[in-house]
Ligand binder design. Structure first.
Ligand code: H2P
Length: 756
């Protein structure tokens, strides 16, 4: 029987003197990998393959120790070296293989699939330099490569590889596995990441690289800049590389298990996570027909195997590729797509539902809906909007395909892992059942009125705020006051998420303070956000936040009351510090635009109170937590959809409001122009008054007054603690274990217990 201590000792045998954090982490990683290697994958007649361009895994040492039941043992071992896991894990590099909620969801799902004992693996790409590392030191976002693959990493070289025909050349796709252990159930599934044989070195500076060099750079970065043809074609190359290798692997596994190819749907379920892996449909059909199966049968087999998750109603994210790109990248699948389009046209004469449109553009989501078994949205409101608006014609054609699967997050990472003191408080109050069944958190409802518990909660929160303050000091030299309200907005930077509306609030508050209205308690506004490198207005918003941060910090009249902290290079590890310390959870997207959101769920489970619009999963959060335990503002999704449909939103009408105008005009005030980039600020300013596509000005007044009400309520500390406790108690529904059980029940049917 292998033992953690024995392996770590063996690994450290040659170390002279006290081992460094790096050496301890590496020894623990080797030990955990070895122990996981002895576990068995979940087994069953049918296996799920979850295809995703992103898997935002985060650091894995703590998560894996929790799942192996070895956390205490590891802490005891480290105590022997005079340190703790929290200290040494800072030396564990974080793979940045995702952009935001979409990739983090995929990571939570893998954890839940393994923990529920379901046979299911992830399929993705092994990006060497990740999304990018964000540098904010000059008050603007600068991007750099974010290498994470060290000699000791979580990657296991499987020795397997598949040839992929791409852009007229043959590239070998090597398979690396990341082990995914279930929660104390002896199961270990895999995340398969494909990679080129000889990856290029990272760019010396920035993230520019030779986009034509597929052999070297195909898997360098996630989302290469798509502002030119070369970048877009490279994205299509990445997608095809992933799905072709993935499809070949699935068929190889099927045959190795002794099954006929015609039994594909009986033994395989594929989930297409967003449109990036959509080409798996024509690729599988191609591979099956190449192996002698007729086209009609191949289509039927693939359709019974594949399912598609939609994560957004934003047109920009529903990929459309010119036929010419596909001709360049993978001409072998173009005739298949043509035939699929013809089949789709036999099913409907609505040209709006075609796969291959009159402009020779391929609509990936259309191909998914026509040729998947099930199509799901990621929160009730989102699915309803898909059915009644964005995909209404598809819904009318295939009502039976549509289903909702409200997102969830793994409580093992997002509560047990990142907030031990809160987890301990829960154990002491309601017992440990919640650790295996998050619904048991409901038991906390009976205790929310207990003053002693409220005080204990406030103590835990304060402690976590002190810890965040220390981490911010250590990592970016910022001082924050733990007595302040910690107001947190953490999500990718996008206009629909409306960080710019939050910036207008900061300007409002600043002007109040300058006018002599001092807040009862200081406010720390914490932002964590990366902007896509080619998304200018998003980068302008980051610049604005950095300028405001500096302005407030340098003004002695303001600094004691108001602070903006932009967490640099916000990622999963940063989130694990920020989320437990949050008081207010900012979920302020324009209603109808945020499909679900998942930071809302993590923050809820950690006792932050939601300040948000009735959008995405906020609706379900408020339904459960109770309206009195959240702060809701803004126009409804119906109103917003109507404003879009009628074209009747004109930002200048709102800008002219005497309370709003000075806030917007401040963006181009001498105070900011003196230190900021005038081009960037005036671009933002013009966008506010002349475009404001995501309607920040529509809701800004309501937002300010609701936030003020929320801050006033915060002063009744025990009443606030009660609200926070109600949020925790009602967060169990948002466990990804619940989400995955629903996917399995309604879509995958891989649960061996059910004998599917
Ligand atoms: C997206 C949606 C979120 C959703 C998430 C997971 C694309 O994530 O916008 O509303 O919760 O997928 O389904 P994000 O914006 O964080 O990249």
């Amino acid at each position: 029987m292998k033992d953690l201590n024995v392996i770590v000792e063996r690994e450290l045998a040659n170390v002279e003197g006290e081992p460094t954090a790096q050496q301890l982490i590496e020894a623990l990683m080797v030990a955990v990998r070895e122990l996981q290697g002895d576990l068995e994958p979940a087994k069953g007649e049918r296996k799920l393959y979850y295809f995703s361009a992103e898997f935002l895994m985060g650091r894995l040492l703590r998560a894996n120790l929790i799942n192996l039941g070895l956390l205490d043992e590891a802490e005891a071992l480290l105590a022997g070296y005079g340190t703790t896991l929290a200290e040494v894990e800072e030396a564990e590099p974080e793979p940045s293989l995702g952009n935001g909620g979409l990739g983090r969801l995929a990571a939570c799902f893998l954890d839940s699939i393994a923990s529920l004992g379901l046979p299911g693996d992830g399929v993705g790409l092994n990006y060497h330099y990740g999304l990018f590392r964000q540098d904010l030191s000059h008050g603007i976002q600068e991007e750099h490569a974010d290498p994470w693959i060290a000699p000791q990493s979580w990657l296991v070289d499987t020795g397997r590889a598949f040839w992929v025909q791409l852009r007229g050349q043959h590239l070998l796709a090597k398979v690396y596995d990341v082990q995914i252990p279930g929660y104390q159930n002896g199961v270990c599934n895999q995340l398969h990441l494909f990679d080129v044989e000889n990856p290029a070195e990272p760019p010396a500076e920035g993230i520019d690289f030779d986009k034509q060099d597929l052999a070297g750079n195909l898997t360098s970065f996630l989302y290469p800049d798509d502002s030119d043809d070369a970048g877009r074609i490279l994205r299509v190359c990445q997608q095809y590389f992933m799905v072709s290798a993935g499809a070949q692997m699935i068929l190889a596994d099927l045959e190795a298990a002794g099954h006929a190819l015609t039994e594909l749907p009986e033994h395989v379920a594929i989930q297409i996570n967003d449109t990036h892996p959509s080409m798996v449909i024509p690729e599988l059909i191609r591979l099956l027909t190449e192996r002698g199966i007729d086209f009609g049968t191949a289509v039927d087999l693939v359709q019974r195997t594949c399912n598609y998750t939609n994560h957004t109603i934003l047109a920009e994210a529903l990929e459309k590729w010119p036929v010419s790109y596909l001709e360049t990248v993978a001409p072998q699948i173009v005739p298949i797509i043509k035939k699929l389009d013809e089949l789709a046209r036999e099913r409907t004469d609505n040209p709006g539902l075609s796969i291959w449109d009159a402009n020779d553009t391929i609509h990936m989501a259309h191909m998914d809906v026509h040729f998947a078994s099930k199509v799901n949205g990621v929160a009730e409101l989102h699915t309803e909007i898909l059915e009644t608006s964005t995909m209404k014609d598809f819904y009318d054609l295939y009502p039976e395909k549509f289903t909702n699967k409200t997102n969830g997050v793994t409580f093992r990472r997002w509560l047990m892992g990142c907030n031990e003191p809160l987890a301990q408080m829960l154990d002491d109050t309601i017992g440990c059942a919640w650790r295996t069944d998050a619904n048991a958190l409901e038991d906390l409802v009976q205790h929310v009125d207990e003053e002693e518990l409220q005080n204990r909660f406030l103590g835990v929160k304060y402690h976590r705020k002190e810890e965040l303050a220390k981490w911010l000091k250590d990592t970016q030299g910022v001082d924050v006051n733990p007595d302040a309200v910690f107001d947190v907005q953490i999500k990718r930077l996008h206009q629909y998420k409306r960080q710019q509306m939050n910036a207008l609030y900061a300007i409002w508050k600043y002007r109040q303070i300058k006018a002599g209205v001092k807040p009862a308690r200081p406010l720390v506004m914490i932002f964590g956000a990366k902007a896509a490198p080619a998304y200018t207005l998003a980068k302008d918003t980051i610049h604005l936040l950095c300028l405001l941060s500096e302005l407030f910090a340098n003004d002695p009249e303001v600094a004691p009351y108001l602070q903006i902290v932009a967490v640099e290079n916000y990622n999963v590890s940063a989130a694990e510090h920020v989320i437990p310390a949050a008081d207010i959870s900012e979920q302020i997207s324009l209603a109808s635009k945020e499909a679900s959101g998942t930071s809302n769920m993590k923050l809820m489970a950690n006792g932050a109170v939601t300040l948000g619009t009735m959008d995405g999963a906020n609706v379900e959060i408020v339904e459960r937590a109770g309206e009195e335990n959240a702060y809701i503002f803004g126009r409804s999704s119906e109103d917003v959809i109507d404003l879009y449909d009628t074209g009747s939103y004109h930002p200048w009408d709102y800008w002219r409001d005497p309370e709003v105008e000075p806030l917007v005009d401040f963006v181009v005030s001498p105070e900011l122009l003196s230190t900021g980039d005038p081009a960037s600020l005036s671009r933002l300013y013009k966008d506010f008054i002349a475009a404001d596509y995501f309607m920040a000005l529509l809701d800004v007044k309501d937002y300010i007054s609701t936030k003020e009400r929320c801050l006033a309520d915060y002063e009744n500390r025990n009443a606030w603690a009660r609200k926070a406790l109600m949020n925790i108690a009602r967060s169990g529904h948002f466990s990804s274990d619940r989400t995955i059980a629903e996917y399995d029940r309604d879509i995958w049917h891989v649960n061996p217990e059910l004998g599917q």
